[in-house]
Design a protein around this ligand. Sequence first.
Ligand SMILES: Nc1ncnc2c1ncn2[C@@H]1O[C@@H]2COP(=O)(O)O[C@H]2[C@H]1O
Ligand SMILES: [Fe+2]
Length: 274
Amino acid sequence: MQTYSLPQTNPESVVLLQITDTHLFANGSGSLLGVATKDSFHAVLAGVDIAARHFDAIVATGDISQDHTPYSYQRFADGISRWSQPCFWLPGNHDFQPTMQSILPSEQIKPQQQVLVGEYWQMILLDSQVQGVPHGELSTAQLALLEAALTRYPDRHALILLHHHPLEAGSAWLDQHQLHNNSGLWHVIDRHPQVKAVLCGHIHQDLDRTYHGVRVLATPSTCIQFMPDSDDFALDHNNPGWRYLELTKEGRIMTSVHRISGDQFKPKLDAEGY
Ligand SMILES: Nc1ncnc2c1ncn2[C@@H]1O[C@@H]2COP(=O)(O)O[C@H]2[C@H]1O
Ligand SMILES: [Fe+2]
C-alpha cells in the first residue's frame, strides 16, 4: 500500500479542513434542489479564506460530482487550487471513479489511501461506494487495507475516513443509505484501540457522536443540507459549511463546523432534485 507522509508543521497538532458533498456539475449553473452547487462551493471556499484559520491538508469525503463528468472534478480541483495544501479525497455514491481518476495525477490531489499525518497520527481513506446505489459497503479488500494500515502503525492515533455514515444518524429515509456492512468496520475498529474517530460525509449535516468508544463525525455539505432526525426526506435551511479537525499529539480531536453567512443558498423542495 502506497503511503503519503504529511509533515508536522506545528509540534503540538495537525489541522485538517474537511469539505464534503460538493455535488458539482460540468455546467457551471448546474443545481441541486435549486442550489447552484458551483456557486455554493465557491462561497464555502471564500468562507474558509475569510476564517483564515491555518490548516495542513484538505480532506474531501465524497459526492464531489453530481454528473460524473471529468469537468465536474476539474471544477473541484480548480476551486481548491487557491490553496497550496495537499488534498486527499475518496468516492461517494454519486462519484464515478474512472472520471475522478481522469484528472489525476495532480500536484495537489493525492491518490494515497494511507497518510502518515505528522509524527503522531495516521489517516486511512476508504472506498465505500457501491456503483449505482445510494447506500455504502466496504469490500473485503477495503477492510483488509484498513486492518493492514492499523496493524502496521499501532502507535499512531488513527482517523478513518469514508463517505457513508457507519451508524444510524436518526433519519429513516437517510439511514437506509448508510454503510450496510458497518459491523465489518466496527469489528476491525474494536480490535485497534488507537482508532480515535471515523469521519464521513453523505448525510449533509453536522453529526458528532461516540460509538464503540470512537467519535463519529459527519459534516454539512457545501450545497444543500438535510434536516436531522427526520424520518421522511426533509431539507434543512442551515447554510453550507465545512469542518476543521485539530489532531493533537496526545490523540485528542478538537473540531468545529463553520457555515457561510447570508441566505442566497436556500434549497427549494419543488426544484430539480437528485
Ligand atoms: N426523497 C428521497 N428519498 C430517499 N432517498 C433519497 C431521496 N432524495 C434523495 N435520496 C437519495 O439519498 C441520498 C443521500 O444523499 P446523497 O447526496 O448521497 O444522494 C441521495 C439520494 O441518492
Ligand atoms: Fe452521498
